[in-house]
Design a protein around this ligand. Structure first.
Ligand code: C2O
Ligand code: CU
Length: 526
């Protein structure tokens, strides 16, 4: 059993004021529903470690010179706990960054002050269904939804964003998103850069009109069915982002918070990237990549050591060229294999551009060494999966105009026979991005309620060429909750439903696809 997980469960029970030993022994293979109901009752009685009010509001942000931009934004206030549990990104429309220790009991009062329904999803966190923002929990304008949960997850870079049915794309685009950073004892023991040397970087793309206002889906159906691409790259809500660093090691945490755009992160001087974390936290050991492919919803953490650069050096973090993410058969027209972009952007999907300028500005005497061991990860084995010879199939396809999973699109209350799994089982799932004519797109798939492990990727010969431009940038070594599946690609992953029974969604994190119904329920039965 994974060590850190055991610790988290023990803390959970301690905080919930229960007989830890008695439940812990039965809890090794997941909570029974009755256990959970009792814990929930206890949590409501007990004082939380952290209590926050989180308002979603319409406001203004200074993004470009001149007129400010109307944005939708999360505003947080700490009601209980240290003030440092919420940290704001200076000058950004992004919501406050939560800083939470594993095992803490968190209560969040979400106040919807938007003109339409919304609900907050804690992307990557292992929570019961009432806390996970299934779209059916969306609250109307003026209403409040109270979250009350204990965070079981290991240290890592998680995030939160709206999740109402059919409105997620525009709400995130308008500015609603924030980071949820977890720490734990295992991470503290690794001795990583902290404080001002631990830097979150949220990458998003936006298009502005002449009055500096966000433009979303101006071309009608085209962008709606394919995905929206912006003309400008924003990092932490700022254009032309620059980072001034010292000659020492940094922890850089990247979130691709874009609706549709995929990035291929690489340094302009071809220095390899040292990856130390993925969606679900730290890897066992750091790994080197020439570049990292980061799809919407995914996170990656880098160990970035600037000590070999003289003061005055400017480095560029770029998105490097790639192809094959959108293969469109435009009503029979032959595009000679050329990728079609979803919207009239000046920044083509797969083009080369700068994301972040890094200025090596000051000397530092700190010579923090990169740890050889970062964490321990319990490795799932395919042989242990209950369906090892018969993976649960998810075919990603299209039925004009919507994108589908196994030929179906989202229905609020519908769970198909083949979307029901059992608590405490390890399963192998296979996502298959099938080819139908030339009409194909990459889909970043996200599964709520679990962190999973990727065990195998294959690609059809017809689409290998594009795949080769991104695939060595996959970081499949760590815990994942979102994964990119390229056209013609088939990916197998192992996932264990060990936390809570309930109904959760899985969907494409291309938010336009999600809103168009490329989302389904799955149910974990006790
Ligand atoms: Cu980040 Cu269901 O989404
Ligand atoms: Cu998709």
């Amino acid at each position: 059993m994974n060590k850190s997980r055991g610790v988290s469960r023990r803390n959970f029970l301690k905080l919930a004021g229960m007989n830890a030993l008695a439940i812990y022994t039965s809890g090794q293979h997941g909570y029974l529903l009755e256990d959970w109901t009792r814990m929930q009752r206890q949590l409501q009685i007990n004082e939380p470690d952290v209590e926050v009010s989180l308002d979603a509001v319409v406001t203004e942000a200074q993004i470009l010179p001149g007129r400010s931009t109307t944005v939708w934004s999360y505003r947080g206030t700490v009601l209980q706990g240290e003030a440092s549990v919420l940290q704001s990104l200076p000058g950004s429309y992004l919501g406050p960054t939560f800083r939470i220790r594993q095992g803490q009991h968190v209560r969040v009062h979400f106040n919807n002050q938007l003109p339409e329904p919304s609900i907050v999803h804690w992307h990557g966190l292992r929570l019961p269904e009432e806390m996970d923002a299934h779209p059916r929990f969306a609250v109307s304008s003026g209403e409040t939804y109270t979250y009350d949960f204990q965070v079981l997850n290991r240290a890592g870079t998680y995030w939160y964003h709206p999740h109402p049915d059919m409105l997620t794309g525009p709400q995130v685009y308008n500015g609603l998103a924030g980071l949820f950073i977890m720490t734990d004892d295992e991470e503290a023991a690794a001795g990583l850069p902290e404080g001002e040397y631990d830097i979150p970087l949220v990458i998003q793309d936006r298009t502005f009109d002449a009055d500096n206002q966000f433009v979303y889906v101006p071309q009608g159906m085209m962008a709606e069915t394919m995905g929206f691409l912006g003309d400008s790259i924003l990092v932490n809500g700022q254009p032309d982002a620059a980072l001034s660093v010292e000659t020492r090691a940094y922890r850089l945490r990247f979130l691709n918070g874009s609706n549709f755009r995929i990035y291929k992160l690489g340094w302009d001087d071809s220095t390899p990237l040292t990856v130390m974390g993925t969606d679900g936290g730290l890897l066992e050991t750091p790994v080197q990549r020439e570049y990292v492919t980061l799809a919407p919803g995914e996170r990656v953490e880098l160990w970035a050591d600037f000590s070999q650069y003289p003061v005055g050096t400017e480095l560029l973090l770029q998105s490097l060229p790639f192809s094959g993410v959108e293969l469109m058969d435009m009503g029979g027209m032959d595009h000679g294999g050329m990728d079609m972009t979803a919207s009239a952007t000046t920044l083509p999907h797969g083009g080369e551009f700068t994301i972040l300028r890094v200025n090596v500005a000051r000397e530092s005497t700190e010579r923090l060494q990169r740890p050889a061991q970062l964490s321990s990860i319990e490795r799932y084995q395919l042989a242990d999966a209950i369906n090892r010879d018969n993976p649960r199939q998810f075919v990603l396809s299209r039925q004009m105009p919507v994108w589908t999973i196994n030929g179906r699109s989202f229905e609020m209350d519908e769970v198909a026979e083949d979307e029901i799994v059992r608590l405490n089982t390890l399963e192998v799932w296979a996502f298959d991005n099938v080819l139908e004519g030339d009409d194909q797109m990459a889909h970043p798939m996200h599964i709520h309620g679990v962190q999973f492990q990727i065990v195998e990727r294959q690609v059809a010969p017809d689409t290998r060429e594009g795949w080769e431009t991104v695939r060595t940038g996959y970081v499949d070594e760590g815990w994942k909750d979102t994964l990119l599946i390229m056209p013609g690609e088939r990916v197998k992953l192992l996932l264990k439903f060990e936390d809570f029974a309930g109904t959760f969604v899985y969907h494409c994190h291309n938010l336009e696809h999600e809103d168009m119904g490329m989302m389904r329920n799955y149910r974990i039965e006790p």
